[in-house]
Design a protein around this ligand. Structure first.
Ligand code: ADP
Length: 398
């Protein structure tokens, strides 16, 4: 059964064609600069070189049409016709309280996703454009929506309510939603699968560390808390996002830096985090290099990042009444052994002990990095959000 996974942004679409149940990626690619000059499709059939097709692509429907042309092309295609696509899985960022799981898409679901757009104005409308485009071209193919927020809907009210007036929640839907749910769920389940344990018996802290970063406390397979909140700005310090700050800083800096509200939101999202602290880059490779060369601000940025993570790991151990497993994933978590080491430094009292040699070896692979004596199992475990979407889609469409 071939499943097409679509991740639609406002001017780009990423796709993967996955053969289930073998979990084999048979092609992947992206369409960039939709509706902008210089649009192009990059298509990589498995085991073959990437093909780039540059041509004007005015909207998402044209982009999906180009993807289908590439997939069915005589030379670089991987299927004979569109009929071989059994289902399409769509990434949708926000499902608010309406979606606690992935769902088959129908008119009612589309209306509900529109209703959530107010909470994710940059993402949900773009995700919807991808859904509408696919439905227009492949009306009889079942489609599934997989939400970034759904996995965290199991949080109890003590974890999702803010200390604001209750009306902020009931009237305006202000609460912790959490994001990266597909990734947190995938790696927690993958870990249980690898070690052959029932996830119901495990207390896991998942650390998704990429451009955006979040931690989740996963108790018995259910998310009980997570660091991102009403938006993906909350939580640990990120590449360019501030993470948690005192809200009183906002008006103070607006005044001092002469910024409008809109400029301040952009500042907190794009000019802060390890980028703002280091003044070097948002990329941990660059920051680590600068630190090695003696750059003090780069060192400080990494210290802040790891300290914030350590605090949340401690907090989530408390939230779950213990921790059996800590998992590191995404660009930083899978690659940067120093960040993994520093962010659990001093957690010996929880039973965490890292095997330095294993930790240094772990690089984009599934690998235990804790010592044989460690009471907490610590792993580097690559995430695969597209595969997770394909799995969810398969479960609803097989
Ligand atoms: P996204 O959130 O966009 O999916 P990724 O999970 O791909 O991002 O993470 C991208 C980030 O991962 C980069 O900005 C960089 O900071 C970090 N990264 C990637 N490779 C390495 C590496 N070899 N060492 C340290 N950090 C890395």
């Amino acid at each position: 059964m071939k499943i097409l996974v679509i991740n639609a942004g406002s001017s780009s679409i990423k796709y993967k064609m996955i053969e289930m149940i073998e979990r084999k990626v048979i092609a992947k690619g992206s369409v960039e600069r939709i509706g902008i000059k210089g649009a192009a499709l990059m298509h990589s059939p498995a085991g073959q070189p990437e093909v780039t097709i540059e041509k004007p692509i005015d909207n998402h429907k044209e982009a999906i049409q180009e993807v289908l042309h590439a997939l069915t092309d005589k030379t670089h295609g991987i299927i004979k016709s569109m009929d071989e696509i059994s289902a399409v899985g769509h990434r949708v960022v926000h499902g608010a309280e309406m979606f606690t799981d992935s769902v088959l898409i129908d008119e009612k679901v589309i209306e509900a996703i529109k209703e959530c757009s107010e909470l994710a104005p940059l993402h949900n409308p773009a995700n919807l454009m991808g859904i509408e485009a696919c439905r227009g071209i492949m009306p009889s193919v079942p489609m599934v929506a997989v939400f970034d927020t759904a996995f965290h809907q199991t949080m109890k009210r003590h974890a999702y309510l803010y200390g604001l007036s209750y009306e902020a929640y009931t009237k305006y839907r202000v609460r912790r939603y959490g994001f990266h749910g597909t990734s947190h769920k995938y790696i927690a389940n993958r870990y249980a699968e690898i070690v052959g344990k029932d996830i119901k018996d495990l207390k896991i802290i998942t650390c998704h560390l990429g451009n955006g970063s979040s931690l989740a406390a996963v108790d018995g397979g259910r998310s009980v808390d997570t660091t991102m909140g009403f938006t993906p700005l909350e939580g640990i310090v990120m590449g360019t996002r501030s993470g948690d700050i005192d809200p009183a800083i906002v008006p103070y800096l607006m005044d001092k830096m002469n910024m409008s509200l809109e400029e301040t939101i952009s500042y907190l999202n794009k000019d802060c985090g390890v980028y703002g602290l280091s003044g070097v880059s948002s990329d941990f490779r660059d920051i680590q290099k600068a630190r090695r060369e003696g750059n003090e601000r780069a060192a400080a940025a990494l210290e802040v990042f790891c300290y914030r993570m350590r605090k949340f790991i401690g907090a989530y151990a408390a939230a779950m009444g213990g921790v059996d497993t800590i998992l590191f994933t995404a660009g930083i978590g899978e690659n940067d052994h120093l960040i993994r080491e520093w962010s659990v430094e001093g957690l010996g009292f929880l039973g965490v002990e890292i095997d330095d040699e294993a930790n240094q070896k772990a690089y984009r692979n599934e690998m235990r990095i804790s010592s044989a004596q460690s009471k907490v199992d610590v792993w580097c475990l690559p995430t695969d959000e597209e595969m997770a979407i394909a799995k969810e889609t398969y479960a609803l469409c097989r």
